[in-house]
Design a protein around this ligand. Structure first.
Ligand code: 3PG
Ligand code: MG
Length: 393
């Protein structure tokens, strides 16, 4: 790998500026999903075990360059202390005096980096100041690596830098899924709109053997082939683009898999009366809300033959039952094959993880990314600035 890890650094007696992503969902002052906190624990423990003092840098929400009390990281101190099993010292305005006076095994959390406009501007002054607070920089925030900010990119170029354990795990999972995968490789891409995933589809058709398209996006592809989609969510203006993607796939030898049958309903609501129809038979007054059982069988057969799966986005309107059926069934199949050691499965993106959790499949996937936007940009084939800055070291 082109970047260093904690194993390559001498951390003894060192202050380790550690960029983490603890942008976790909260309700009434309580963390409702602590996954991102749990996943940075190995990095914090390793730094402490090697005699270093982790000084955490992180953002929370989008305060747009000014202090917003509801977005203070102070509220995460109890959850972090509990997860790390040690006291966390919170510092609102870091100064050298305060930081240098702390014990050598202190775990420190600095206030929301986005309270300063210099963070998102990647201002060299902020990066420079941050770099004087520590001896080594460790980036453990893969899910924020698509942002070229002072705490994710600028500072990494000013200090000896390395990847944390979660960053390492994310990068190696993504590498095994897309950069150097065992073939055949299947990508499952779903979600509402093609327009948000154009670059992703364009990149994937050149890398994967089968591209399963689901959710509202699939409707745009069906319509582009002249099939009726009734009142379904569909981006008719992207018909040409969809046809271009199909042509590109054909010349790259990528098999695009559209739903072989459809579950349609007249209302978008849980429990809505529904029927299963052939792909060419969506009634004018109905909308497509899920892929049907034949589609699921076809996807399962492809997964049976596959060695690698990368998944982003649900296959249907997974948030309302029973239109989560195709997503659940395909996820269960992927989970079963992964558990049996037959498939390397990697999934990421906010909705995706929620859908896989809903299907009780997430635990058996080989790897579930903590990233939303960064996962998408990585699937688009983009270089993530936070990763590139580590590679340069
Ligand atoms: C996320 O939650 O996806 C990351 O923390 C990045 O947040 P952002 O989209 O506000 O940059
Ligand atoms: Mg985001």
């Amino acid at each position: 790998m082109a970047w260093k890890t904690l194993d390559d650094m001498d951390l003894n007696g060192k202050r380790v500026l550690t960029r983490v992503d603890i942008n976790v969902p909260m309700e009434d002052g309580k963390v409702t999903d602590a996954t991102r906190i749990e996943r940075i624990v190995p990095t914090i423990k390793d730094i402490l075990a090697k005699g270093g003092s982790p000084i955490l840098l992180a953002h929370f929400g989008r305060p747009k360059g000014k202090p917003v009390p509801e977005m203070s990281l102070g509220q995460l101190v109890p959850a972090l202390s509990e997860a790390f099993g040690t006291e966390v010292t919170f510092i609102e305005r870091p100064s050298h005096d305060e930081i240098f006076a702390l014990p050598s095994d202190a775990v420190v959390l600095i206030e929301n980096t986005r309270f300063s406009p210099m963070e998102e501007a990647n201002d060299p002054q902020m990066a420079g100041f941050l770099s004087t607070l520590g001896d080594i920089y460790c980036n453990d925030a893969f899910s924020a690596a698509h942002r070229a900010h002072a705490s994710t990119e600028g500072v990494a170029r000013l200090m000896p830098a390395c990847a944390g354990r979660l960053m390492q795990a994310e990068l190696s999972a993504l590498e095994s899924a897309l950069s150097k995968p065992e073939r055949p490789v299947v990508a499952v891409v779903g979600g509402a709109k093609v327009s948000t995933k154009l670059e992703l589809l364009g990149n994937l058709v050149e890398k994967v053997d089968h591209l399963v398209i689901g959710g509202g996006m699939a409707n745009t592809f069906l319509a582009a082939q002249g099939l009726p989609v009734g009142k379904s969510l569909c981006e008719h203006d992207l018909a040409d683009t969809a046809r271009e993607i199909m042509a590109k796939a054909e010349s790259a030898g990528c098999d695009i898999v559209l739903p072989a049958d459809l579950v349609v309903a007249r209302e978008f609501k849980a429990g809505a009366e529904n029927e299963t129809v052939a792909t060419n038979a969506c009634p004018d007054d109905a909308m497509i809300l899920d892929a049907g059982p034949v589609a699921v069988e076809r996807i399962s057969a492809i997964l049976d033959q596959a060695k690698t799966l990368i998944w982003n986005g649900p296959l249907g309107a997974f948030e309302i039952e029973p239109f989560n059926a195709a997503t659940n069934a395909a996820a269960a199949k992927a989970a079963e094959l992964s558990k049996a050691g037959q498939l390397i499965s990697v999934a990421g993106g906010g909705d995706t993880v929620a859908a896989l959790n809903g299907a009780n499949a997430a635990d058996d996937f080989t790897y579930i990314s903590t990233a939303g936007g960064a996962f998408l940009e990585w699937m688009e084939g983009k270089t993530l600035p936070g990763v590139a800055a580590l590679e340069a070291d």
